[in-house]
Design a protein around this ligand. Structure first.
Ligand code: SAH
Length: 243
């Protein structure tokens, strides 16, 4: 394991959009067209996703800008895709489901959100539409840089990319209204529970007693933590240290 260094924020650059994809989907619709995303949103709604704010955010973020050019035609299918270094961008359905869970009961925007596992930056971009501030940590330097490049186009002033070990959270931004992890470990790191605000919610894949990964929801209340285990999921492993 590498020495643990604190995460540090990186400002998103001001350079103008670099890669304008003028690509066509197999159905003949340009991927820049919002109609392609609306069709994806329609499918998400049919799968039972209901939160209008989440559906709006999913319809707004151009997922094809986060995947390799060879995969752009699959960008709006409900599938996870490789993003390099053995990591994957989560399925749209899973991203929407987790953010819907984070927002459950919230009538307005979430406050500060901590995301563990920036990956290509897609989920951070979706979160930026439903939260006041997004702090997103990635432990792999190359992916952290890739996310920064991907997100530059969107100029999201409320997304703060951090390079570091997300198992330590990011104390400077705490307390968080919500914490979301895109990588699953054996246990929930204590730092996440500490950095969650009272009244806040954490959603993370975690290995259950049966040895399977499941989605875990933890609510922090004045009386303590309330934990709920939901459906089985398949996320990449949560690893400590940076690389
Ligand atoms: N939300 C991402 C999904 C990326 S996959 C997206 O939209 O693309 C999960 C990511 O978690 C991987 O990039 C992996 O490197 C990262 N990860 C695993 N353990 C981590 C840790 N301790 N701290 C930060 N990132 C971690």
């Amino acid at each position: 394991m590498m020495a643990q260094r604190p995460a540090f924020p990186v400002k998103l650059g001001q350079t103008p959009p670099a890669n304008k994809h003028a690509l066509a989907s197999p159905q003949g619709l340009g991927l820049d067209s919002s109609a392609v995303r609306q069709r994806m949103v329609q499918k998400l709604a049919e799968q039972g996703l209901k939160d209008p704010e989440v559906l709006k955010a999913m319809g707004a973020v151009e997922r094809h800008r986060f995947v390799e050019s060879a995969l752009v035609n699959q960008a709006y299918e409900d599938t996870s895709l490789p993003i390099g270094l053995g990591q994957t961008i989560s399925k749209p359905n899973v991203v929407a489901r987790m953010i819907e869970l984070l927002r459950e009961g919230a009538s307005c925007k979430l406050g500060r959100v901590l995301e563990i596992g920036t990956g290509c930056g897609y989920q951070a971009a979706v979160l930026s539409h439903v939260a006041s501030e997004v702090y997103s940590i990635e432990r792999l330097k190359d992916l952290h840089e890739k996310a920064r490049a991907n997100l530059r186009h969107f100029r999201l002033a409320n997304v703060h990319l951090l390079f570091g070990d997300g198992m330590l959270g990011y104390p400077k931004g705490a307390p968080y209204a919500a914490i979301i992890s895109a990588a699953g470990g054996e246990n929930l790191p204590q730092a996440w529970l500490d950095q969650l605000a009272v009244g806040g919610r954490l959603v993370a894949p975690t290995v259950t007693t049966g040895g399977q990964q499941a989605l875990m929801v933890v609510d922090k209340t004045l009386q303590g933590f309330k934990q709920t285990v939901l459906e089985a999921v398949h996320f990449v492993p949560l690893k400590s240290g940076i690389s």
